[in-house]
Design a binder for this molecule. Structure first.
Ligand code: PGA
Length: 270
């Protein structure tokens, strides 16, 4: 995470710490969780301008969390974990980006490895969902990453680079997106990538954004690392120039741990 320049004025990418709750916390538990996280950060005198915080609850929690954030003026952005590639119609069980936008969602995760693995989402489906998100003014958080077999066969970057190239097909230059590099072998395993591995792949993903959406978009786009991020390793990732934040799963469900991740600037060097 460093300031970059466009040749005239410095452009700073705001760090983004995103909590992917997956299928955890019902809407009542969500209220308690968001309140406790807010209080923990307030008690710690966290500077809310220093890091953007986003939470990604299950669909059934979104309205409740939106209402709470709004009523208590909690400085968290809201995101969904998936959306339909379609806008409306006979698609039983699917959720339109239009509905998410109405709930004041800013972000939507697309192409998480669990969707790719358990719901057979291909790169083409991911690309259609990215376009759907953009149609509704949502910022897609596009997840890419290699499995351990991919890593052995092709090295770390080939698969995520290919996934991102397809995901950005048909996306207009300058579109507002977030990219999340999540090596599948690191998700939920307790075995995070090294900061150097994350940096190498995130830099290559930024090159893909430059190639597909232009240099300005590449300078502006946040590239996150995800996979076994915790309070003890976040600072080491955030020191890397092309890592602009984290997509956090398990550790985002523990108030004190997620608050400590958000406050990584206070424990650089831990
Ligand atoms: P993890 O999950 O932090 O539990 O490894 C990350 C993710 O799946 O987004």
């Amino acid at each position: 995470m460093v300031a970059v320049t466009d040749g005239t004025a410095p452009v700073r990418r705001a760090p983004l710490i995103a909590g992917n709750w997956k299928m955890n916390l019902d809407h009542q538990q969500a209220i308690a969780f968001v309140q406790k996280l807010h209080w923990a950060l307030r008690d710690a005198k966290h500077d809310k301008g220093s890091v953007e915080i986003a939470v990604f609850p299950p669909f059934t929690d979104l309205r409740t969390v939106q209402t709470l954030i709004d009523a208590d003026k909690i400085p968290f952005e809201l995101g969904a974990q998936d959306l339909s590639a379609h806008d409306s119609g006979a698609y039983t069980g699917e959720v339109s980006g239009a509905f998410l936008a109405k709930l004041a969602c800013r972000y939507v995760i697309i192409g998480h490895s669990e969707r790719r693995q358990y719901h057979h989402e291909t790169d083409e489906v991911v690309a259609a969902k990215v376009r759907a998100a953009l149609r509704h003014g949502l910022v897609p958080v596009i997840c890419v990453g290699e499995t351990s077999e991919d890593l052995e066969k092709f090295g770390a970057s080939a698969v995520p680079v290919g996934q991102l190239q397809t995901a950005l097909d048909g996306v207009p230059a300058g579109a507002d997106i977030v990219v999340a590099y999540e090596p599948v072998w690191a998700i939920g395993s307790g075995q995070a990538a090294t900061p150097q591995q994350a940096q190498d792949v995130c830099a290559k993903l930024r090159d893909v954004v430059a190639e597909k959406l232009g240099g300005d978009a590449a300078d502006r786009t946040r590239v996150l690392y995800g996979g076994s991020v915790k309070s003890s390793n976040i600072a080491s990732f955030m020191r890397e120039p092309d890592v602009d934040g984290a997509l956090v799963g398990g550790a985002s469900l523990v108030v004190d741990e997620f608050a400590a991740i958000i406050r990584y600037q206070k424990h650089v060097g831990v």
